[in-house]
Design a protein around this ligand. Structure first.
Ligand code: SF4
Length: 163
């Protein structure tokens, strides 16, 4: 099974009520290979909700208590985001996950690059907080921007292997 950011499958769970449909994932989803997850909603955040970014570090730093996830007005949303991480990890304990395809640059789902906390669309190195937690579990992470045909076949082979 492949864990997929729910917004990539067209679910309107994005902070502004929109989605980030990635058509390449619809076939694998129809074949039952994808588990859609929105950690921010699982953390109890509403949709729509304030845009938020990691300030003072990366997702790894949030997990370690060295950075926070703030809304643009300074509201500290870290507890809700961490709640979503805990729920996501509960899913991973219940359902074997071979890989994850996550939304690029999100403070929750971003892999390798995330928005820098300035709310100006500038990016910095680091994972989102849920991505960081999944990486700690040894789950291979990809974003929708990695999905060349060849890469998608590789990910699907991983996912089919543990269904
Ligand atoms: Fe939810 Fe992740 Fe998509 Fe944000 S990027 S809407 S947390 S699934």
């Amino acid at each position: 099974m492949i864990l997929v950011s729910a917004c990539l499958l067209g679910l309107s769970c994005r902070y502004d009520g929109g989605h980030n449909l990635c058509p390449a994932l619809l076939g694998p989803a129809a074949a039952g290979l994808c588990l859609p997850v929105c950690p921010e909603q699982l953390g109890g955040l509403p949709t729509p909700r304030p845009a938020a970014e990691i300030v003072g570090g990366s997702g790894q730093d949030v997990l370690a208590g060295r950075a926070k996830i703030l809304a643009a007005d300074g509201l500290d949303l870290t507890p809700a985001f961490l709640g979503g991480v805990r729920q996501t990890l509960a899913l991973v304990r219940a359902i074997p996950i071979a890989a994850a395809v996550l939304k690029a640059r999100s403070p929750t789902c971003g892999v390798g690059r995330i928005y820098d906390g300035s709310f100006t669309r500038v990016v910095k190195d680091g994972d989102g907080v849920a991505a960081a937690a999944l990486a700690e579990k040894g789950i291979p992470l990809y974003t929708e921007e990695d999905l060349t045909a060849e890469e998608l076949q590789k990910i699907l082979a991983l996912g089919a292997g543990n269904c």
